[in-house]
Design a protein around this ligand. Structure first.
Ligand code: ATP
Length: 204
């Protein structure tokens, strides 16, 4: 057995006064992928946020073990969700360059922009980009972070056929490099040999 990139035990998700799902265990090894599915409101985004450390797993101390609600990553991860974190007032090229300065990844910015099909949009303010173009821009940022693992929340929303194929190719490349990728998506996404978790099967 290989060393795991992500191990999570007995995750429960509470939103307001409702427990959405749990217990849920995750175990991902290098190169693995996980597709999170389930209907609106089941808790896919909540789980992604939990894995990113932005939402605390619910722990009921009187019914759990010491491992309950633990999430352990080996390596770094990048998160893409519905907020691209690109300054809406800046031209796209400048907005991405801002993050390049902070993220310091090794993937050259102009090559990422080209790969994501954004080269003709670098002078356009981020707020004018279409839904699919914003998704592509967010992915350009994710790649630039140079993280080992990716957490992608609905990365295919608004993408055309070529965009979907591009995202699937980028995921395959990350996996081939030994990273793991977790995708929350209503839509089918090609993750050859990947795991699938339908959160309906883990409803509390
Ligand atoms: N801060 C909050 N307080 C209370 N309830 C919340 C909060 N945030 C989300 N919820 C509720 O938690 C549930 C799960 O939301 P979540 O966004 O995780 O679902 P989802 O499976 O990603 O949905 P979708 O497919 O529509 O994106 C929803 O019923 C939502 O209303």
């Amino acid at each position: 057995m290989q060393a795991a990139c992500l191990v999570a035990w007995e995750l429960y998700c509470r939103r307001g006064d409702r427990i959405l799902f749990g217990p849920l265990d995750l175990w991902l090894e290098p190169g693995e992928a996980l597709h999170l599915t389930g209907p609106n409101g089941i808790g896919k985004t909540s789980l992604i946020r939990m894995l990113a450390g932005l939402l605390q797993p619910f722990v009921a101390y009187d019914m759990g073990s010491s491992a309950m609600g633990s999430i352990t990553w080996q390596g770094s991860f990048a998160l893409q969700d519905e907020r691209p974190a690109l300054d809406p007032h800046l031209p796209l090229g400048q907005a991405l360059a801002f993050w390049q300065g902070i993220d310091g990844g090794t993937a050259p910015l102009d090559r990422r922009i080209e790969r994501l099909g954004l080269a003709h949009l670098t002078d356009v303010p981020v707020r004018y980009l279409s839904t699919g173009q914003k998704k592509r821009a967010a992915l350009a940022r994710v790649i630039g972070q140079g993280a080992d693992h990716w957490l992608l929340d609905e990365p295919l929303n608004g993408l055309d056929k070529d965009g979907v194929a591009l995202v699937e190719a980028l995921i395959a490349e990350r996996r081939a490099a030994g990273g793991t990728v977790i995708v929350a998506s209503h839509q089918p996404v090609a993750l050859p040999g990947g795991q699938t978790i339908d959160l309906r099967d883990h409803r509390a």
